[in-house]
Design a protein around this ligand. Structure first.
Ligand code: C2E
Ligand code: CA
Ligand code: CA
Ligand code: CA
Length: 278
């Protein structure tokens, strides 16, 4: 038994060392990779539930490391946040997403919004409005076609959060709250923030059919959002039954594998083709 315990301990230590080693390897590789073009963006359609018309796309960053292959943003975003790389990475995503959306418009596609995820650390940076404004200027994208997805974690300092949001809204961009319902923050901020959309977290969507309490939460979020004059989008929609539930509850929009997976811009082109004007 003693020996087992010892082996168990060694195994655990080795595991920990490996994860620490991978983390510092990724931290270094992130810094270099941004300048080396290892990052790209996949776009996932957001549709109007009733008509299934495309109303926007969410930009999701992808990293293909030359040796390690595809690495999930769920793994590298937290590391980028810890090591400060999130600022350069976030700027890349913002600029590229604006450039791509303008390119679609220039190609004659019916205009839609691109939604970009903004980390709480980026949001806390004084010059975020300047960075956003520069991305709009450089790309020529009209601000109404850019949406910034903020999470409830930005809300920790409510007063300065409101000021930053007001500055962003003054630029003409739209704001949404991502992963709504997972942040344990007070609901009272909803009436103070100049946002126009709530995104229901995929955890709730996933359990709509199986968990009556999650279903009740989703219904309540949709109703509350509408009472407050906000638009609601459900993320992580995978099944026909979820679509039926969301439609019955008057949810406005949806995003998820049921419709499309996130995909490179060139692949999305084939879906956009029917929308082209000429
Ligand atoms: P998120 O913002 O909540 O994005 C939704 C995630 O759900 C994406 O994972 C997307 O690919 C995935 N997804 C979409 N539809 C479905 C579905 O029907 N079922 C399921 N199970 N999943 C679905 P992804 O691309 O791996 O991104 C993970 C997280 O990484 C994002 O969660 C976001 O928090 C973060 N992230 C991604 N790109 C960026 C970025 O450019 N900047 C920042 N700050 N964070 C990002
Ligand atoms: Ca998001
Ligand atoms: Ca989300
Ligand atoms: Ca999420």
């Amino acid at each position: 038994a003693k020996e087992d315990g010892k082996n168990g301990f060694q195994f655990f230590t080795k595991d920990m060392n490996e994860s620490v080693a991978r983390k510092s390897q990724l931290a270094m590789a992130l810094r270099k990779g941004i300048g080396r073009g290892e990052f790209s963006i996949h776009y996932q359609p957001q549709v109007h539930l009733e008509t299934e018309v495309l109303i926007g796309v969410e930009a999701l960053v992808r990293w293909t490391h030359p040796e390690l292959g595809m690495i999930s943003p769920a793994e590298f975003i937290p590391i980028a946040e810890e090591t400060g790389s999130i600022h350069r990475l976030g700027e890349y995503v913002l600029n590229e997403a604006c450039r791509q959306n303008k390119a679609w418009q220039d190609a004659g596609v019916e205009p839609f919004r691109v939604a970009v995820n903004i980390s709480a650390l980026q949001f806390a940076q004084k010059d975020l409005p300047d960075i956003v404004s520069q991305a709009l200027e450089a790309s020529g994208l009209a601000p109404e076609y850019l949406e910034l997805e903020l999470t409830e974690t930005v809300i920790q300092s409510a007063q300065s959060a409101i000021e930053t949001m007001e500055e962003l809204v003054a630029l003409g961009v739209h704001l949404s709250i991502d992963d709504f319902g997972t942040g344990y923050s007070s609901l009272s901020y909803l009436k103070l923030f100049p946002i126009d959309t709530l995104k229901i977290d995929q955890h709730f969507t996933k359990n709509i059919e199986t968990d009556s309490k999650d279903a009740a939460l989703v219904k309540t979020i949709i109703r509350m959002a509408h009472e407050l004059g906000l638009n609601v989008i459900a993320e992580g929609v995978e099944t026909k039954a979820q679509v039926a539930f969301l439609k019955a509850e008057d949810c406005n929009q949806a995003q998820g594998y049921y419709y499309n997976k996130p995909m490179p811009a060139e692949e999305l082109d084939s879906f956009l083709y029917p929308y082209k004007k000429s």
